[in-house]
Design a protein around this ligand. Structure first.
Ligand code: PXG
Length: 292
């Protein structure tokens, strides 16, 4: 069935939802986006995602042509129009259509589109067995050049790293900062666990301040463990009791080896499993209601 896509204020069938070849989002990767999930008729952390979206847009001097409440409404209506209860929502704002040339002033009107699709879940096996990771040779963008905290349409840095993971036959890979600190993975944040202490790299290292990451930090504290934002290198990952990844699509995924070093006993750890359970409980009951 054709999806209904929100495109510049209208809901249009998927095969009619087209963007111009002169759109600067396509020509230059000039734009911002969000990936959001709905669970059981509720959109999880919708306002947090929208706040990050408006922050990314502000950082690149892109004025979103809808107010915050209008945008929230547009997202909800798009999910509703597709009669979805569990969904993956992709919200994209580009600089818009303009003549060739970098100058954003060539683009009078940003393009806004929202895709709400049914979600493709990772196979259950991934969560039961855990993932092997490699470290990618491609370093994460330096924040001094393009801050990874801006969720922009420029994903080539991550895609180059992703190609390395594909060639190595693993699903994800660690990206280091220019200084060799662990930054994040190609599309997920990374955590290490030692006893009751959980570490994740600070955003200042150069990573996306993941919404799932922040939710998980809250869950860790709720479970009376300590959650710290601290810089660390690969050795800390290799020697951790547990390692896990977080992201909107992946949720919380256990990692069982890194660069062929076995993590813990090579099976998903107890802290990771507890957090997965807490996260599932939270996503099942919290979120912005789609159908009222
Ligand atoms: N780091 C990077 C580089 C990301 O792109 C995350 C961390 C996790 O952030 P959240 O806010 O999701 O917890 C991301 C998120 C996709 C897709 O379609 C990518 C992401 C999220 C959802 C879907 O590939 N990236």
């Amino acid at each position: 069935m054709d999806l209904l896509i929100y495109l510049d204020g209208e809901l249009v069938p998927e095969h009619e939802a087209k963007v111009s070849v002169f759109d600067h989002g396509l020509l230059y990767g000039d734009g911002v986006f969000e990936g959001i999930r709905a669970y059981n008729g509720r959109i999880f952390k919708l306002d947090e995602h929208l706040r990050r979206l408006y922050g990314s847009a502000k950082a690149i001097m892109l004025e979103i042509p809808l107010g915050f409440d209008e945008m929230r409404q547009a997202v909800v209506e798009t999910v509703r129009a597709n009669e979805l209860r569990d969904a993956y929502i992709r919200l994209v704002i580009t600089r818009g259509v303009g003549d060739l040339g970098l100058d954003p002033r060539k683009c009078p009107k940003p393009t806004v589109f929202i895709i709400a699709a049914s979600i493709e879940l990772y196979p259950e096996e991934v969560y039961e067995k855990g993932l092997p990771l490699i470290t990618c040779a491609t370093r994460r963008n330096a924040p001094e050049a393009l801050d990874p905290a801006i969720k922009s349409l420029n994903y080539l840095n991550n895609i180059l790293a992703k190609i390395e993971t594909v060639r190595a036959g693993v699903p994800e890979g660690i990206m280091l900062s220019i200084d060799g600190y662990v930054a994040e993975c190609t599309g997920d944040n990374l955590f290490v666990v030692n006893d009751d202490n959980v570490l994740t790299p600070p955003a200042a290292i150069g990573n996306l301040e993941g919404i799932t990451r922040n939710v998980v930090m809250g869950l860790i504290r709720k479970l009376d463990m300590t959650a710290e934002e601290k810089s660390f290198r690969l050795r800390t990952v290799y020697c951790a009791d547990e390692v896990f990844l977080t992201g909107t699509a992946a949720e919380i995924v256990p990692v069982v080896s890194v660069d062929d070093r076995r993590i813990g006993d090579g099976r998903p750890g107890t802290v990771t499993k507890r957090l997965r359970k807490e996260f599932a409980d939270l996503t099942a009951r919290e979120g912005f209601p789609i159908y009222t």
